[in-house]
Design a protein around this ligand. Sequence first.
Ligand code: UDP
Length: 235
Amino acid sequence: MKYKRILLKLSGEALQGSSKNTNIDPSVLEQYCEEIRTIKDQGVEIAIVIGGGNIFRGGQAEALGIDRVQGDYMGMLATVVNAMALQSSLERHGMFTRLMSGIKMEQVCEPFIRRRAIRHLEKGRIVIFGAGIGNPYFTTDSTASLRAIEVQANVVLKGTRVDGVYTKDPEKFPDAVRYSKLSFQEAYEKNLNIMDMTAFTLCKENKLPIIVFDMNKKGNLLKVASGEEAGTLIS
Ligand code: UDP
């Protein structure tokens, strides 16, 4: 494996899959776990940040007459709901996990303590970081970058529904071309929407590579973790 310790960012929105009646599609959860197991079996140390967009985003708050900061906390709590679902599913698949939260809620998760998170990873437990970084005005992408740096992950693997970064939106423009590699500077100059600026800058300044890849394609996570080209590498 090319990477010994990875931080996997999963979007909350993707967790909804095609399910219209619930926020969490069990088949997506199942597929995530199967993919994660393929790299766990290879001894990769895995930290995960999962978003909350399938349940609530802070940006939706104002339209609902809810205060923005309150909305952000609601979004953070939404990530905990997803993280708990993922934790349970991973354990059902025989993996050992710990859920650490950026907001204290001792009945359901441990508080985030950096040294303890690293210890869990060293012991082979999958560590899920819930509740973002615990502060409003941030996103789970920034959480992914920050936690990856804190636990000294070798790379951020951003699982999406497209197979990398394109010259323009591939879902709108059929002539869009995928980059296999990019430098942070190029991505910045071309204004490519990889992560929000806070998240992106954190990675850039700490020389932490990002790989954007299609999490829905079977076998892709293993490919990416072993250093095969399957997405876009930003470094
Ligand atoms: N959020 C926050 N601080 C954080 C992480 C998340 O305020 O450190 C809030 C923010 O409102 C965000 C929501 O939680 O919109 C859900 O996360 P996100 O939108 O990043 O989820 P995704 O798009 O990945 O599903």
